[in-house]
Design a binder for this molecule. Structure first.
Ligand SMILES: C[C@H](O)[C@H](O)[C@H]1CNC2=NC(N)=NC(=O)C2=N1
Length: 117
C-alpha cells in the first residue's frame, strides 16, 4: 500500500513550480477527508472541522497552529463554537502544492483524536 499522505514530508516549494491543476490534485484530494475539505476555484483548500464544544475546537486550533509553525505552512483559521474553518494554499505560487494536501492530511489525523466516543 502507498504511504499515507499524512506520513509524507512537506516538500519545499520553489517559484518555478506551477500550481497543481484539477487532474493533478485529484489523487491527493481523494486522500483527505471528503466530509471536511473542498478545493475552491482550483486555488485553495477550504476545510470545516466539527467539534462537540468550544474547548475542543480551541485545543484543535492550538494543535494545528503548532503543526503550522513546525512545517512553516500556515492556514488561515476561523474558530467558533463547535467548528474550526481552515483555508490554505501556497503563497509563492498563488495556488495549490502537494504540501497543502500533506498538511490537510495531518490535520485530519489530529482531528481523529477529537472524534466522539
Ligand atoms: C514568507 C513565509 O516564509 C511564507 O509566507 C510561508 C509561511 N507560511 C505559509 N503558509 C501558507 N499557507 N502558505 C505559504 O506559502 C506559506 N509560506
Amino acid at each position: 500500500m502507498a504511504p499515507s499522505l499524512a506520513d509524507e514530508a512537506c516538500e519545499a516549494c520553489t517559484s518555478d513550480d506551477e500550481p497543481l491543476t484539477g487532474t493533478e490534485y485529484a489523487e491527493y484530494l481523494a486522500e483527505i477527508d471528503g466530509d471536511v475539505w473542498d478545493v475552491v476555484n482550483d486555488h485553495h483548500l477550504e476545510g470545516v472541522y466539527p467539534f462537540e464544544d468550544f474547548r475542543d475546537a480551541l485545543e484543535f486550533t492550538y494543535e494545528i497552529g503548532e503543526l503550522a509553525e513546525e512545517e512553516w505552512h500556515h492556514p488561515d483559521i476561523q474558530l467558533q463554537w463547535g467548528e474550526v474553518r481552515v483555508e490554505m494554499w501556497t503563497h509563492k505560487i498563488d495556488g495549490l502544492h502537494k504540501t497543502d494536501f500533506v498538511m490537510a492530511a495531518r490535520m485530519d489525523r489530529i482531528h481523529d483524536d477529537y472524534a466522539p466516543e
